[in-house]
Design a protein around this ligand. Sequence first.
Ligand code: TYM
Length: 330
Amino acid sequence: MSRILSGIQSSGQLHLGNYCGAIRQFLDLQAQGHEMFVFVATYHALTAMRDPLALRASCRQMVVDYLAFGLDPAQTSIYVQHDVPEVTELAWLLACVCPTSLMDKAVSYKDKVGKGFSANVGLYTYPILQAADILAPAADVVPVGKDQVQHIEITRDLAGRFNSEFNADVFKLPTHRLAPDAELLPGVDGEKMSKSYGNTIDPFMDEKPLRKRIMGIKTDSKQVNDVKDPQTCTIFRLFRAIAGVNDPRTRDLADKYLDPSKQGPDGFGYGHAKQALFDLVLTHFAEPRARRAGLMADQGYIDEVLKQGAAKARGAARITVDRARHAVGL
Ligand code: TYM
């Protein structure tokens, strides 16, 4: 059995990309019986957020949603990053072995600055804090989407540097894990689905706005009887990611794209595909959607889950931080 760790930034509502890239892996690994640490990355969100009420609300909502998706606190320690101060202490120790050139190469920073986000030092050194998240409880495996792979490589790099510069065996080197058939999910505009780009689809949305959101997905201008390319279509890619590449419903949808005239007098247009995606989201997420309301009403339970999760994470992190302190001479 392995020790698994991952986190998601509380910079907005969880979306289909987070689910397909990360949360579904958490559920699979939990079902396999691994020891799990799953947290809400509040300090990472703070690199861009300036609204305390929104940060507090989305942090809380994310914990509720983890539970609604099926994370089980009996097996998965669920906590918020700012409840584990050992992590920020460790981030400093790692910063002291991190060459600035390693941060210069981080694509997430370059992407965000390229998209017009202001370049604060927190955003620049973000991968160091992420390395501390992972190394503090000595995780073996980090399940993430493709866009995070470089951060896990940076984590390995920092762990290796620390061990060698202080000639101590403090950190074990973690590996990343991608979902089978992992791809980065596109948002409604066809760009990568991301909380910071305003193009997400939230699986917990009420039916009416959810339908509107899905009906608003951008497509090309092919008509109902035109042959369409499923591989380049955002609707199809979202459908495939949720249902699965080998699911008969996915193959059926691809057939309809390729042979719309066989589907009867109305052909098969993007409106039909969007309706199929809407129906799929409702059925696939029926249980989490139903569970969520009950969880929201039980804030005392959420507090208890977070208290226990933080205690477990702090216990594991303290051991690592004490070893790291000792290694550097503190
Ligand atoms: P974040 O909050 O951007 O995303 C959380 C998880 O969702 C995955 N993901 C996607 N997967 C597929 N398609 C998409 N469009 C998509 N968008 C997001 C991400 O790959 C990620 O797995 N830096 C991290 C948070 C973090 C973390 C950590 C993760 C902080 N410390 C330690 C793992 C371990 C982040 O910003 O993820």
